[in-house]
Write a protein that binds this ligand. Structure first.
Ligand SMILES: *Cc1c(COP(=O)(O)O)cnc(C)c1O
Length: 429
């Protein structure tokens, strides 16, 4: 069970709403997001940030790539969050939802010129730069518009967190950012510090995702402060420091996430130590949680279509979704917890493979999953799917994307409409 789920009258509930009723009313597959769980996570991060660094001394930026739609951006605006956007499309969605541009940070490893121009025109607060060519392009575009952009350099602190290879981003051999160890970062900063159109205000790192330890974050902070001191010695004064996201969540009972306040307490203590030792002022601190805000709030509902037992090998439970709405098992072998929503109070007495509907053997949502005895017509729920599910959805097999409903105190409202066949073929010429 996750924080937003419960069992009532034998049925699974999300945010107080009965999953069987939701499936009936909105159809399946269906993403269900609990608003209170989302807001509680935002508040937990903000409160610990205020407590550790002081009110107004930092910003919690929600990484919209985890789950992005207008309704989510409205909630983020209402919670006073910042947004870490990774594309023009995410910036557009946030702005269309009325999110204030100055609280948006545009971070990606390869921004198109049109996206840079769009971000500058719309007054996006900060741009995180990934490479030297991009810095020159931002300088030229901003200067051409007579504007100056607040720029943050993305760095590789050389810290390895124990997480899955494909979501590890802080080591030297990563496509993201400038390496500190090789001197690349310092050379780049010195080279661009005086460029027109650029205010080199900050440095940034993001060491990976689904991290359950504190030590890698502390280590990364230490490396970043060392680099800020090295820049100061070159006459470059840094005012913004982002330590990225990556906080782990519970997908199965094997995951033991720490309260987010614990990270903040340890990391801020290390940050203060570093500032003291190096004679630095504390910069404006930013963190960028994505998964930890969206994932625990989400549940995906499916209708079971078939049950296929290969004696002694597998029982496949076939559902009406899969890698189109959740590609994470296919991509990373990510583990999930599943429940039959209409049999939620019954024991999980089978071990099954939850199989998706597309023409791909790898289209599975999980293998070796404990589950109640499932039959055609049952509603299967997969928990903690709020992050990197809807946002990674595809149209493989021309499957229309599922709808998203937002639930609050037992009441549901549509956040994203279900796509139709017409939607899928809309841009075909
Ligand atoms: C993906 C990403 C995040 C969010 O990571 P989570 O693991 O979802 O918290 C934050 N910052 C940057 C730069 C990212 O690329």
């Amino acid at each position: 069970m996750t924080d937003c789920t419960d069992i009532k009258n034998g049925h699974l509930t999300v945010g107080g709403a009965d999953c069987v009723d939701l499936a009936k009313e909105y159809g399946t597959p269906l993403y269900v997001m609990d608003e209170n769980t989302i807001r509680a996570a935002c508040r937990e991060f903000k409160a610990s940030m205020d407590e550790c660094y002081g009110e107004g001394k930092g910003m919690v930026c929600y990484a919209t790539k985890a789950f992005c739609c207008k309704e989510m951006c409205r909630i983020m605006a209402d919670e006073g969050m910042g947004i870490d956007a990774v594309s023009g499309g995410e910036i557009y969605t946030a702005l269309a939802a009325g999110f204030p541009a100055e609280r948006i940070v545009f971070t990606s490893n390869n921004k198109k010129d049109e996206e840079i121009a769009y971000a500058i025109d719309r007054g996006v607060g900060r741009i995180t730069c990934d490479n030297i060519e991009e810095l020159y392009r931002i300088s030229a575009i901003a200067n051409g518009k007579g504007k100056t952009v607040r720029v943050v350099l993305r760095l590789k602190p050389g810290v390895e967190a124990h997480t899955f290879e494909a979501v590890m981003t802080g080591k030297i051999d990563s496509k993201f950012g400038f390496a500190i160890e090789t001197g690349e970062a310092l050379r780049a900063a010195k080279e661009v510090a005086g460029l027109p159109g650029i205010d080199l205000a900050g440095v940034h790192c993001h060491i990976g995702s689904q991290i359950h330890e504190i030590a890698p974050f502390e280590k990364a902070a230490e490396v970043m402060f060392g680099f800020i001191a090295a820049l100061r010695d070159e006459g470059i004064m840094i005012r913004d420091l982002s330590l990225g996201g990556g906080f782990g969540i519970r997908y199965t009972d094997a995951d033991k996430p720490l309260p987010y306040g614990e990270y903040m307490k340890h990391v801020s203590a290390r940050a203060k130590e570093c500032c003291e030792k190096l004679g630095l002022d504390m910069p404006f601190m930013m963190i960028e949680p994505g998964r930890s805000i969206a994932a625990p709030a989400g549940v995906t509902l499916y209708t079971v279509g078939s049950r296929k037992t290969i004696p002694g090998i597998h029982t496949y439970i076939g559902v009406d979704g899969g890698m189109c709405d959740n590609p994470r098992y296919a991509l990373y072998r990510s583990e999930y917890t599943a429940v039959i929503a209409n049999k939620a109070d019954q024991p999980k007495d089978e071990i099954i493979t939850l199989a998706g509907r597309t023409c791909e053997s790898g289209d599975l949502i999980g293998e070796g999953m404990p589950l109640q005895h499932a039959e055609a017509g049952d509603i299967a729920a997969v928990l903690a799917t709020g992050a990197y599910n809807y946002s990674m959805a595809s149209h493989y097999n021309r499957v229309p994307n599922a709808a998203v409903v937002m639930v609050k105190d037992g009441k549901a409202r549509l956040a994203v409409r279900r796509e139709t066949f017409e939607d899928v073929a809309r841009n075909d010429v």
